[in-house]
Write a protein that binds this ligand. Structure first.
Ligand code: WTA
Length: 697
C-alpha cells in the first residue's frame, strides 16, 4: 500500500508557463495592485469593486451580514434587477450589438444573431406571457427543461425581470429526473421545447415533459401549465400529443403579447435569482439557491478579471446552460459586461472534430471556454484539426474536472496555438463562480493545477482532524474555503439543515458563532497544495462521481438500479476513463434464487437512463453474488472502486465478509483482462482519489 508520504515523493511538479506579453498588454487585471486590494485585510469590502460593475436601484447598507451564520447575506439593503443589468442597461450604448450568437447543430442551418434590442423585446414579451397568462408572481418558481437554444436565456431573463426564480434542468436529463426537480421546487409551470438536434438526430423533447408531469404528480405535485417553445412556429417537432388546457405553444400564445413591455421588479440583493440542482450524498438532489446581488456581482467580477472579457470580445463558452457553468459564464457574467456570448446547440464533434474550430474562425471567437472531456474528445478525434483553421484565441478556460497535464499541453500548444493564456478554473454548482484559478496576466500557468484561490477567496486544506495541511507538504486533504464570498449559494431549497450539515458541520469551530472565521466551507474535494500555493484538485471525497464534468450521486444511481425487480442491492463506483475522466460501474446483487443474465444488466442500464438520463449510463454492470460490507451492513464502495480500477483495495479486515473481495476481484478483473480493458497504471493522484472514494459515508 502506498503511503501519503510516498505519494508526496512521486508527485511531479510541472513547469510554469508565463502568459504571452500580448495578452498581458491588454488584460483587465494587469496591475498586481489588485492582489493587494483583495487581500484578507481588505475583506469583505474588497467586493465593492465587483458590486460596482452593476447598476443598483438602491445601494446596500451592509456588505456582509453574518448574523445568521452560516447563511451569509451580501449587499444587504441593496436592490437591483438582474435582467436590467444584463439587458436593459446596454440598450443605450449598444442596442445593435449581438448579445448572443446562436449556432444550430446542422451545419447548413443559419446562425442567429440576437442583438441586445431583440433580446430585450423577446424577454419582455415572454415575461408578459408568464405573468399574465402563466399567473406567476415574484418569488414563484418556474422549471425549464430546455436544450441549448436562445429561448433558454430569453426564459431566464424573463423570470429575472419578474423576480421569479428559475430552475433549469439540463436538457439531457430524463423526464423523471425533471419531474423530481419540479416537485422539489413546487413549480406550477414547466417550460420546454418540442425538439432539438443532438449529434445529427432530431430529439423528441416534449415527450419528456409528459413523463416529468407524471413523475411530479407521483410525488404529490401538480403542474398547471406546460409551455412549449417551437423554434419553427407552426411546425411541431414532437410526436407527443398536446394536452388540452395544460400544454400551450409559446409562439401561439405570444401573439397576444407582441410589443409588450414589463416593468422590471426591483429585487432585494438577497432575493433568490435561480435554483440549480446538483447531486449529493443522498438520493434527493439539492436545489442550490443563488442570490440576485451577490451572485451577479460575483459572476460579473470574475468574468471581467478571470475571463478577461472586454466589451468587444467574442466570447464562446462551450458548455451547456443546463449546468452552473452556462448560467454563470454563458449568460449572466458575460451579459452583465455587455459582451457577445456565443451559444452552440450541438456536440463538439458533429459532423467532425473540426466543427468548433470552424465556428471559432467564422465568428472571430477570441475567448474559448470548455471542459476537459470536450478537449480530450477533440484531441482524440482530430489532433491536428485546429491548425487547419485561422482563428486566434487570446484566452482559454478549462473547467469542471481535473485536466491531465498532457491534455492541458495539447490545449495550450495546438488549440491555443501557443498564443493563448489558459485558466484552469475550479469551482462548483454551489459556488456561483470560480474559487481557484490563476489570474491570467499576473500569475503563471502550471498544467494540472488550478492555481491559488481567486481574488477574495482564501482556501485551505484540512486533514480529517481539522488540522491545516501545509503547502508543500505533499500531503492531500480536504480543500475548504475559510471565508464567505458573494457568489456562495444561500442554501438548499427546502433543506436548511442539509446545507449546514453538508458544507459547514465538518469543520465548524463553534456552532453558535456569528464570526465567519469559525465556519470554513467544506467543498467535498480532495486536493494538494504545492509550496507555491497552487492547488491541484484530486476529485470528490464524497459519494459523487464526476462523469464528463457532470456530477452524479452514487445514491441516485443506486436508487435507479434497485427499481429493477431482480436487484437486491446496488453500488456505484467510478472507473478511470480515457475520454470522460470517470465513468460509472454498477455492482448489483440479485434477489435470492435468481441467476445473472445479460437481460438484467440491460434492465439496469435502461432504468438508469429513465431515472436520470443517458449521461449516467454505466460503462459496465457487474452482477456479483454479494457486496463487501462492514459488520454494520454498509457496502464498502472504496473496496469495489479499488477492484474496478485495478488498485489496492485497502484494509478489508473489518469487513463482515472479507472472502467476497477475492471472489469479486477475480470475476471482474479476469473479465476486464479478457475484454482488453486493463487500465494503464494509475497516477498517485488517481490512487488517492480511489482511496478517498466514499470516505464521507
Ligand atoms: C470538479 C462545475 C478539477 C470538482 C463548475 C468539483 C474540478 C466538481 C474543476 C463540481 C477543476 C470542477 N479541476 N476538478 N478545474 N472544476 N471540478 O458542481 O470535483 O458541476 O467539486 O461544478 O467538479 O462540479 P459542478
Amino acid at each position: 500500500m502506498v503511503s501519503e508520504a510516498q505519494i508526496a515523493v512521486h508527485w511531479r511538479e510541472e513547469e510554469y508557463i508565463d502568459p504571452p506579453a500580448k495578452f498581458i498588454a491588454q488584460a483587465n487585471a494587469a496591475d498586481p495592485d489588485i492582489l493587494e486590494r483583495f487581500s484578507e485585510e481588505h475583506f469583505p469590502d474588497c467586493f465593492k469593486e465587483y458590486a460596482d460593475l452593476l447598476t443598483w436601484d438602491a445601494g446596500w447598507d451592509t456588505m456582509l451580514d453574518t448574523s445568521n451564520a452560516p447563511f451569509w447575506k451580501w449587499f444587504v439593503g441593496g436592490r437591483l434587477n438582474a435582467c436590467v443589468n444584463c439587458v436593459d442597461r446596454h440598450l443605450e450604448t449598444k442596442p445593435d450589438k449581438a448579445a448572443f450568437i446562436w449556432i444550430p447543430e446542422p451545419e447548413d442551418e443559419d446562425t442567429q444573431e440576437i442583438t441586445y434590442q431583440e433580446l430585450y423585446d423577446r424577454v419582455n414579451e415572454f415575461a408578459a406571457l408568464l405573468r399574465d397568462s402563466g399567473g406567476v408572481e415574484t418569488g414563484d418558481r418556474v422549471t425549464f427543461h430546455l436544450p441549448m437554444v436562445p429561448e433558454l436565456p430569453v426564459s431566464m431573463f424573463a423570470c429575472a425581470r419578474l423576480g421569479v426564480i428559475h430552475s433549469e434542468v439540463f436538457g439531457g436529463f430524463s423526464g423523471a429526473a425533471c419531474g423530481g426537480r419540479i416537485a422539489d421546487s413546487q413549480s406550477k409551470i414547466l417550460v420546454t421545447m418540442d425538439g432539438y438536434y443532438r449529434n445529427g438526430e432530431l430529439i423528441d423533447h416534449k415527450a419528456k415533459a409528459d413523463e416529468a408531469v407524471e413523475e411530479a404528480r407521483r410525488q404529490g405535485h401538480e403542474v398547471d401549465k406546460v409551455l412549449v417553445w417551437r423554434p419553427h412556429p407552426g411546425q411541431y417537432a414532437s410526436q407527443s400529443p398536446i394536452v388540452d388546457g395544460r400544454d400551450f405553444f409559446v409562439d401561439e400564445v405570444l401573439e397576444d403579447y407582441r410589443g409588450q413591455v414589463v416593468d422590471p421588479v426591483s429585487m432585494p440583493a438577497e432575493a433568490p435569482l435561480f435554483l440549480m440542482y446538483t447531486s449529493g450524498t443522498t438520493g434527493r438532489p439539492k436545489g442550490c439557491e443563488h442570490s440576485t446581488g451577490g451572485y451577479l456581482a460575483y459572476v460579473a467580477g470574475t468574468s471581467k478579471y478571470y475571463q478577461d472579457i472586454h466589451p468587444d470580445d467574442t466570447y464562446w463558452c462551450f458548455a451547456d446552460i443546463g449546468w452552473i457553468t452556462g448560467h454563470s459564464y454563458i449568460v449572466y457574467g458575460p451579459l452583465a459586461l455587455g459582451t457577445t456570448s456565443v451559444m452552440y446547440e450541438g456536440v463538439p464533434t458533429y459532423p467532425d472534430a473540426g466543427r468548433p474550430w470552424r465556428i471559432a474562425e467564422r465568428l472571430g471567437v477570441n475567448i474559448f471556454h470548455t471542459a476537459p472531456t470536450t478537449i480530450r474528445m477533440l484531441r482524440k478525434l482530430g489532433p491536428d484539426e485546429p491548425q487547419r483553421y485561422d482563428y486566434h484565441f487570446k484566452h482559454m478556460t478549462t473547467v469542471g474536472e481535473p485536466i491531465e497535464p498532457e491534455v492541458w499541453r495539447w490545449y495550450h500548444d495546438v488549440v491555443g496555438k501557443d498564443e493563448a493564456v489558459i485558466v484552469d478554473t475550479w469551482w462548483q454548482t454551489e459556488n456561483g463562480g470560480f474559487l481557484g484559478s490563476t489570474l491570467p496576466a499576473l500569475q503563471p500557468m502550471k498544467p494540472g493545477s488550478c492555481g491559488p484561490g481567486v481574488l477574495g477567496v482564501y482556501p485551505v486544506i484540512y486533514d480529517e482532524n481539522g488540522d491545516e495541511v501545509e503547502a508543500g507538504s505533499g500531503t492531500a486533504g480536504n480543500i475548504c474555503i475559510r471565508n464567505p464570498w458573494p457568489g456562495i449559494f444561500q442554501g438548499i431549497w427546502g433543506q436548511p439543515e442539509r446545507f449546514v450539515e453538508t458544507y459547514y458541520e465538518k469543520y465548524c469551530r463553534d456552532p453558535d458563532s456569528k464570526d465567519w472565521h469559525d465556519w470554513p466551507y467544506f467543498a467535498g474535494d480532495g486536493a494538494v497544495q504545492a509550496a507555491d500555493g497552487y492547488f491541484r484538485i484530486l476529485g470528490r471525497v464524497d459519494d459523487v462521481i464526476n462523469v464528463a464534468g457532470h456530477r452524479l450521486g452514487t445514491k441516485e444511481l443506486e436508487s435507479a438500479t434497485i427499481t429493477v425487480d431482480e436487484v437486491a442491492e446496488a453500488a456505484a463506483v467510478p472507473v478511470m476513463d480515457e475520454l470522460r475522466g470517470r465513468a460509472v460501474e454498477m455492482y448489483v446483487s440479485l434477489k435470492p434464487g435468481l441467476s445473472p443474465s445479460k437481460e438484467i444488466e440491460e434492465k439496469v442500464t435502461k432504468a438508469i437512463e429513465n431515472e436520470i438520463g443517458k449521461i449516467a449510463r454505466p460503462k459496465t454492470v457487474w452482477i456479483v453474488s454479494d457486496m463487501p460490507k462492514t459488520r454494520s451492513g454498509k457496502i464498502m464502495r472504496r473496496v469495489i472502486a479499488g477492484i474496478s480500477n485495478f488498485a489496492d483495495v485497502g484494509d478489508v479486515s473489518t469487513l463482515a465478509n472479507p472472502e467476497i473481495v477475492d471472489e469479486i476481484q477475480h470475476h471482474v478483473q479476469s473479465e476486464k483482462v479478457a475484454r482488453g480493458e486493463t487500465p494503464r497504471e494509475l497516477t498517485p493522484e488517481e490512487l488517492e482519489e480511489i482511496k478517498a472514494f466514499g470516505q464521507a459515508e
